[in-house]
Design a binder for this molecule. Sequence first.
Ligand code: F0G
Length: 471
Amino acid sequence: MAEKVAHAHAAKETEKGVQRCINRACRATFGLRERIYACPRCGETLEIDCRLVRPHDPSALRKYWAAKRTSKLPRDASGVWRYHDVLPFSETAPFVTLFEGNTPLFHAPLSAKYCGLSDLRLKHQGYNPTGSFKDTGMAAAMTQALISGARTAVCASTGNTAASLAAYASRAELQSAILLPRGQVSPAKLAQSLDYGALVLEIDGNFDACMRLVRELGDDPSIYVANSINPFRIEGQKTVAYELMEQCLWQAPDHVVVPGGNMGNSTALGKGFQELLDLGLIKRLPKLSVIQAEGAAPLAHLFASLDHDPSADEERIPEKLTPVENPQTLATAIKIGAPVSWKKALRAVLRSGGKIIAVSEQEIADAKATIGRDSIGCEPASATTVAGIKRLAAAGHIRHKEDVVAVLTGHALKDPDYMINYHRGTLSLDSGAKDRTAPPILGAFRNAPERVAATKAAILESLERRRSLSD
Ligand code: F0G
C-alpha cells in the first residue's frame, strides 16, 4: 500500500522536472522517481533540472516570496519549503521539516579587518536545527525518500551529515544508518546522531572508505543514499542561495566563499545562483570561491593546474581528479580526499570566475578565533572561508571595497575540543600520537583560562592585567 501511494506521488512529480546526467556527451534524462545516484549509462553524477510550475516575472516572484515570510503555514515557515516553487516536488507531496533555513547574515567587522576588507558578511548555516548547513538538503532528501517508498536512509559522514540525517530520518519515521570513520568524528556530532536514534556504524577507515561502502549499499532496494551524490540533497541546499539573495535585497555580492569537502555545498550554491540568474532575479553571478584545508585539498591542486591555463573553462574539466590518499586536517568535517561532487563544483566555480585554494591549519585556527571574537563563532571547517578570503584579498582577487559573503557551515559547539586546545596552546595535527612531528598550532588569539586564587583581590588583579594588555 505504501508503495502504491509513493508511486502515485512519483507520477505527479515527473511534471516538475527531470534528473539529468551532467556529462555533456551523454546528457541522458531520467524521471524524478528513479532512485539513482549516478547516470546508469555513463556513470557520471546527476543533477535535477527543475521547471517553475507557474512562470513569474522576477518582481512578482520577489513579492511572492516576501509575502511567504509572514505566512502562518508550516511549509512557509521553513527556509527550504518557502521556495517550493523552485523545488522538484508537487503541491500535494508530503514534506519533512524541522523548520530549517532562515539563518542570519551577520556583519563581521573584526573578521573584515583581519582579511583587509572594508566589510564582510557571514551567512551562518550553523543556526540550522542540528547546527549545520546539512539540514536544508536533508529536508529535501528525506522528503524524496518518503516519496520513493524507501525504508532506510544511509550516509557516510564526517559527522554533520550524520547528525542531520539522524534527525530528519526520525522525523520522517524512516530508519537511518550512518557510516563514520572511527575515531575521526567530533564527539558532539557523534552524540547528536546517537540521540536522534540512528544506527551508528563506526568503520576502520577514513571518510572516503565510508563513502565507497555507501555507494555499494545504494544498489540495495531498501536503501536510500542521503549523501550529496543524491541530487535531491543539492536541491534542498540550493535554497540558501535564494534566501541569501533575498537578504541581500537581490543584489548579488561580488564574492561568495564556502569551505570545500565533498563539494555538495559549493555545487548547491552554484546551482542556486545560476537559477537565480536564469530567472532574472539577479543580474550577475557572484564569484564563487571554495576553500579547502591544505592536507585535504584535491580540488585546489587540480584548480592550481588549470588556473595557469588562461583558456581554462568548463570544456577543459578533466575526466578524473587525483584523490588525496591520506587526507589530514584538524577541520575533521572536511577531511576528505576524494570528493564526490567535484566536477559539478568545479564547473560552478569556473562559470562564476571564482577560485579554489587551500589554507594551512594555522590559518584556519586563527581565522576561527577571529570569527569567535566577532561574537559569531563557527566550527573549524567553516573558518577556512575567512582564512581563504584573507589570502584572496592579499593576492588581489578580492578588492578592499568589494561585497563579500562567507558561508559558515557549522556551529561553534560542534567541536569544543578544538577550541579549548587552541586557547590552551595544545592544538596539534598529531595530538594523541606518540611520535610528535607536526609543529604545534600556536594561537595568535589565544585566550587560555587562568587559575586564580579564590579572593576578590586576585580577581581584580587578573582583570587589571587583561585591561593593560588590551590598552
Ligand atoms: N563545513 C562543514 C561544517 C561540514 O560538515 C562539511 C561537510 C563541509 C563544510 C564541506 O561541505 O562536503 O558540501 O563540500 N561535511 C560532510 C559530513 C562531509 O559528512 O558532514 P561539502
